[in-house]
Write a protein that binds this ligand. Structure first.
Ligand code: SAM
Length: 276
């Protein structure tokens, strides 16, 4: 598994160049693109194709070649293969054929953007691209609303304004986000701010609607003060009418990212007027 640069060709590693020179075949998502890279580093090798359209069919051929002792390097158009790129089926079948899979470290837009995001990096989740249809996209963002970890998304520049607008509507205008455009390239731009600030920035500068984009969303802040707000109590009261008290507590705690036991002590033990 050989990562290739996500823009700046100098981001390839010595080891990747060495492997690309010495394997029997390079299996590439985009032969034209890979040829530019090979030419730049004076690498001459045989190229074969593997993309989302032919992966199911081609994997058997490549597994046969590997079983016959050939070495194959897998590269995607850019970045780490298999990360929102083809190759997963081939890797999966390699394992079921006892073929060794060797990962090389290297460029990946998600991790590169995260490192410069200014958002928490101790825990994060990678969500790839959001669904294209508006309803499914909204549903997905709602489902990420209570996520405590930093969320990494890939996005097309054409959808950037719409996506940030939805994130603002659903997660609030104060939620912190970082938008990273064209990382490692000439027009690299990284901007951190609230959803409201970022939306205004990208609406006022059409350059943001061109190039490759990675979005990072700050995780939801935990309710540190342990204050059971009236909003939380109202939600509990509504749920309590539909289900058992303990279930209502559990669901309310989940919705608000609140500690279940604190909620229990506040709500059940104190038998607050607001609740009963
Ligand atoms: N496998 C690749 C990786 O390891 O990063 C990702 C492939 S995915 C099909 C391509 C998406 O990654 C782009 O649409 C964009 O969202 C993000 N991306 C790739 N290069 C980027 C760059 N230079 N700057 C910002 N985002 C980038």
């Amino acid at each position: 598994m050989v990562p290739t640069p996500i823009g700046n060709l100098l981001d390839i590693t010595y080891r990747s160049i060495n492997i690309l020179k010495n394997v029997d075949y390079i299996v590439s998502e985009n032969i034209k693109h890979t040829l530019i890279l090979l030419k730049y580093f004076s690498i001459k090798n045989k190229l074969l194709s593997l993309n989302i359209c032919n992966e199911k069919k081609k994997k058997n051929k490549y597994i046969d070649m590997l079983n016959n002792g050939k070495n194959i390097a897998i590269v995607s158009k850019a970045g780490t293969p298999v990360i929102n790129d083809p190759g997963y089926l081939l890797v999966k079948y390699a394992y079921s054929n006892n073929i060794r899979v060797v990962p090389l470290p290297g460029a990946c837009a998600a991790i590169t953007a995260l490192s410069a995001s200014g958002l928490k990096t101790n825990q994060f989740c990678y969500e790839g691209f959001l669904p294209k249809k508006k309803k499914s996209c909204e549903k997905k963002i709602y489902s990420l609303c209570r996520e405590l970890r930093t969320i990494i998304l890939y996005e097309s520049p054409k959808r950037l304004i719409n996506t940030i607008t939805l994130i603002k509507q659903i997660m609030g205008s104060k939620r912190k986000i970082t938008v990273a455009k064209e990382i490692t390239k000439k027009w690299e731009k990284i901007k951190k701010g609230t959803t409201k600030e970022i939306l205004s920035t990208i609406k006022n500068d059409t350059n943001w609607t061109k190039g490759e984009i990675t979005i990072l969303i700050s995780g939801k802040k935990k309710n540190k003060n342990n204050i059971v707000s009236s909003k939380i109590l109202n939600t509990f009261n509504i749920l309590k009418k539909e289900t058992k008290k303990s279930t209502a507590i559990k669901i309310t705690a989940k919705i608000f990212g609140f500690n279940k036991n604190i909620l229990y002590n506040n709500v059940i033990n104190k038998k607050s007027n607001e609740v009963d």
